[in-house]
Design a protein around this ligand. Structure first.
Ligand code: FE2
Length: 410
């Protein structure tokens, strides 16, 4: 399939090479050995808050139920999207989804991309089907309410394309499961009624707006974050980028570039290995692809295809404070080359309880109309050791550009 005239698609009045346009990395997730242990790190320490729980027990075959341990998965969020990060139980996922047995290095649960319209989800599903490209499932997420399909990259990483994820507002309640009167296991007939109409029907049938999940924990708020008291001295404002090791770089790059339509920002040599950086919007990269051969050069012991992933914090000050806060919890930075993350300013890597590498940062280069990244020689110069970071720095031209966190910090 080439971008020939025949293959062009009209997406809301614009001709594109595919019937959808990815707008941003919406959420991602990992499968972990212990959800409780991972939540202590990602939730209590870093501030992802639970928006819903899901028991995967009913999906585990009876013969395996005794082996898989706890089956509860967590949907968590940093903003108003119902979930921006999910933590699912690894053993239960492996037992209930045969996909994982085909890709034993896979601990990534999903890499999820937002599109702008329900029609794009519907047309995209047909487009994948017509080309024989694998789609694991489609329909609508409950919980989360997003309309979606799950394509798979050639290395087995489960992607999701979605429209319309539920928003959680001031009340902190997620949508009650009883609101989901219809279970969608394939894309809907369109046009579909609005969410407001759906909710009105639920209310008319007696569903209370406060029957959904609301977080139970109310940690002591002792840190001043930009004038607001929070339980930790920083606030996650965005998720991503996601970084993957793959064997067949060409096949995976082709998938994200040609099939998913992500833009290549640049290819960079890291310790003698060519790595690829993709963006979904104006950020330098939301996804990075590294050849498996780089793993040894980095001295990484884990066998997972996930090299690591980032979470953006609200400011440079918050990043510095986060380093101190994590250090007091016994979590200290892991030294990795800055070359892994071109376009990213000050950042630290830490390890989660499963050994995954998490990157905390605040500044990401933004790419404009001409698609060109900042020349490497004009990027911010900084040292890996956070104890050398000054208290105050000068801005770059794009330090405060890009996706803005909406709403209050709590
Ligand atoms: Fe998802």
């Amino acid at each position: 399939m080439n971008s020939t005239k025949e293959s062009l698609h009209v997406v809301q009045g614009v001709q594109l090479a595919r019937p959808f346009q990815v707008r941003r990395l919406g959420h991602f997730g990992i499968n972990v050995a212990s959800v409780d242990r991972a939540y202590a790190f990602y939730g209590r320490l870093l501030g992802f808050e639970i928006s819903d729980e899901l028991d995967f027990g009913p999906r585990v075959p009876d013969a395996l139920k005794a082996q898989v341990g706890p089956t509860r998965g967590l949907f968590t969020r940093h903003g108003t999207d119902h979930h921006s990060f999910v933590l699912f139980p690894q053993a239960a996922m492996a037992a209930s989804n045969p996909h994982y047995s085909k890709f034993p290095r896979l601990n990534l649960n999903q890499i999820t991309w937002q599109v702008s319209s329900l029609r794009e989800v519907v047309d995209c599903f047909d487009w994948f089907q017509a080309q024989g490209l694998p789609v694991l499932r489609s329909g609508r997420d409950t919980p989360g309410s997003n309309w979606h399909l799950y394509p798979v990259d050639p290395a087995g990483h489960i992607n999701e394309l979605y429209y319309g994820i539920e928003q959680i507002g001031w009340s902190g309640y997620s949508k009650p499961m009883l609101m989901h009167g219809i279970r969608y296991t394939q894309p809907p007939q369109i046009p579909h009624r609005s969410e407001f109409a759906e909710v009105n029907q639920g209310v008319a049938q007696g569903v209370s707006l406060t029957q959904g999940y609301r977080r139970h924990e109310q940690p002591e708020e002792v840190f001043d974050v930009g004038g607001v008291l929070l339980a930790r001295p920083f606030k996650i404002s965005k998720v991503g980028p996601v970084r993957l090791f793959v064997d067949d770089v060409a096949a995976v790059v082709d998938f994200y570039q040609r099939v998913m339509g992500l833009a290549v920002t640049e290819q960079v040599d890291v310790l003698g290995h060519l790595c690829w950086f993709f963006r979904a919007n104006t950020e330098h990269h939301a996804l990075a692809i590294y050849p498996e051969a780089l793993r040894g050069a980095l001295g990484l012991q884990t066998t997972h295809s996930l090299l690591g992933f980032g979470v953006q914090l609200g400011s440079y000050t918050q990043l510095r404070q986060a380093v101190d806060f994590l250090g007091q919890a016994g979590i200290h930075p892991v030294d990795l080359p800055q070359a892994l993350s071109p376009g990213m300013g000050h950042h630290v890597w830490v390890q989660d309880p499963d050994g995954n590498l998490l990157q905390l940062y605040w500044e990401m280069e933004q790419i404009g109309w001409d698609g060109k990244p900042r020349p490497a020689a004009r990027r911010r110069v900084w040292k890996n050791n956070p104890s050398t970071w000054p208290e105050v720095i000068d801005p770059q031209s794009d330090s405060f550009m890009g996706e803005v966190f909406l709403g209050p910090l709590n």
